[in-house]
Structure formats: C-alpha cells, structure tokens
Ligand binder design. Sequence first.
Ligand code: ADP
Length: 382
Amino acid sequence: MTRVLVLNSGSSSVKYRLLSVGPGEAVRLASGTIERIGEEGSPVADHAAALESAAEELSAAGFGIDSPELTAIGHRVVHGGTAFTEPTPITDEVVAGIRDLIPLAPLHNPANLAGIEVARRLRPDLPQVAVFDTAFHATIPAEASTYAIDRETAGRFGIRRYGFHGTSHAYVSREAAALADRPEANVIVLHLGNGASASAVAAGRCVDTSMGMTPLEGLVMGTRSGDVDPGAVLHLRRAAGMSLAEIDTLLNRRSGMLGLCGDNDMREVERRVAAGDPDAELALSVYCHRLRKYVGAYYAVLGTVDVIAFTGGVGENSSLVRSRALAGLEPLGIALDPARNSGGKGLISVEDSRVKVAVVPTDEELEIARQTLAVIPRTDRG
Ligand code: ADP
C-alpha cells in the first residue's frame, strides 16, 4: 500500500484526502476541508495558512505531512488547455505552464497554483503531480471540439471545447464498464452535482462532452444556465444594457435551477414538486429535458450504447431525475427497473435492458491518487 495526499485547492477552500492505495483497493486514512480562505473575519488568511491548517489536522490524526511514509502529492488542476493532456509531474516549467493558462480559467488555476506552491515548499523532496480536469477530454475529435466560428479568431483566443469534470468521467466510465462486464463498453456518463456535465466514452476514450470552453455550456446546473443562445448574451448587452460582469453573474450564479425556481438544491426542488409547486415543476422539467436531449445526442454519436451511468450528488441520489430523464426510451433499448431505481445502487435497469443503466458513485480523489501514482518513477512508489 502506498500513501498519497490529494489536494483540491479551490478559490475559497482547500479539500484534502490522504489515501492508502494498493493494487485493487484503497483506504481513506484522513480527509477534511479548510474553508473561508481570505474571507473577512476568517482565521485562514490565504492558501499557505489553509495548507498549514490541513497539515495540523493531518498531524492530529496521526499522519504528519512530513512523514517518510507519504509517497506523493496529487493536485487537482482545473484547466490544462491543449498543453497538458496527461497527469504531469510538477516542475518549475509545469508551474509556469499552468500559470500561462490563467486567462482560460481565471478563478480556478490561480487557486490550484497557490496550493501547489505551498505544498512544494512543505515537501520539496516529494514527487508532486498535476491531474487536470480537462485531460480526459483531450481525445475528443476535432469535429466535436471545434466551434463553428472564424478559425483564426478561435485559434488566437483558445476558443474550443476543452470539457471539465474529467477525472470523474474517467473514473465513472471505467467503473460502469466493469459493472456491465464489458471493458470495451460505450458509456454515456451523466455527472450531476452542483455543476453538471455529460460525456460520451467509446471503449475508454472520451469522444464528446457537454461542457465547452468553460464549465458553463451543456446541462442545466445548480446555478449555471448550461446551453443558451449566444445571441441572448448579445441582446442582454445591447438591449438590457447589462455589463459583462452582470451577464457573467447572471449565467454562472443566478441561473440554472436557482434562476428557474429559486432553489438550487435538488432535494428542495423535489419536495416542492411533490407539493405541486409549478415553478419547481418547470425547473425539473427543463433539467430533465436537457438531460434526455444529451442522452439522445450521445447515443447517436456513439452508435451503440452499453451503459448509461449516473453520478454526482443528484445522479447518485435522485431516482426522480433518473426516471424522468429516461422515461419512454424503451424503443432505444433503455428500460429502468422502478424498484432498482429507487434502491439507487449499481445496475438499475431491467434484467434484459439492451442498454444497462447504472448508479456509480464518483471518487475523484481516488482517481487523482491513482493517476498520480501511475506517472511517478517506480522507485518512488513505496
Ligand atoms: P459538487 O458539484 O459540489 O461536488 P455534489 O456532487 O455533492 O456537488 O452534488 C450536490 C447536489 O446534490 C446538491 O446541490 C443537491 O441538489 C444534490 N443532492 C444531494 N443529495 C440529494 C438527494 N438525496 N436527492 C436529490 N438531490 C440530492
């Protein structure tokens, strides 16, 4: 067993998880979240202070960050652009490369970098690896990653589909294929959390995904709109006189389920739907219609589908979303078993459903730990 510390440094929080990883198993030794970084009145002034707090918590749990038993540190990094398409051992050049990508991920990459810099100072002797949210989508072919806009402008400003949630799509598509007992399976993954994205995976390779140049495109999310006509953005600028900052806030923070019905927690939406609330009903209908549309689109992209896998807080827990998104798709070979669906674990389709449907809890930290171990020198692996 080998010990890996996984760090997910966001703009206002640092999540850490210490894992002991063996060939077929993994054990969580310690985990936690340091929140409210840099907020007024918060004791955690910056990422350095947050990592120190995490190190103290780890020590208190009996796992000092200075322990010789720690083998490597894996860092989640949101945007790898076209430069980083694999998990990458961190060097000064890699840090500079991640910094160059800040214009593509202005909120996320600086926070990821802050975590990396502090962790490198704390353990300069340890291999540290950057695992990119975009990397799993690097296999998407040009016809799916290219937006039909002027090529020169697109090229100059890096406008193309990158996709996000890649570690989750990688992990869940592999687990789903194993559950269906078909390592070469074609899988549609529906990652439905606060953010939400779909992907089409052919025999382990991602061929399309719903998030685009930014995490705003695609499915309806907690507070993000997903797909909207870009013409609407121009209209808001011209006719409503909204500033770019206001439009940004509208689409990223005041849209999605929150914008449609005032609630972005699916549990609350479901409660209101059960009570007959028309706004919640419309929000849920829009959410499920969008999901269904992507399932149909990715079915056509893949040609044949072996498994549809639901994951993320909504995907793993909402039998209502799963059943409404896939209702009436029996002619496509997709048939949910209502009892299994309400149980919500493993395969939830009827026994002879041509397309299997599964609930697969995601584990991004484990995936980051595995990818980290896969790229460090064998002699370092403990
Ligand atoms: P994140 O994208 O932040 O990782 P999660 O994957 O944890 O988010 O998903 C969070 C969302 O999952 C919550 O906003 C909530 O709407 C939804 N959720 C959690 N539990 C349930 C449940 N039992 N039923 C329906 N939705 C749920």
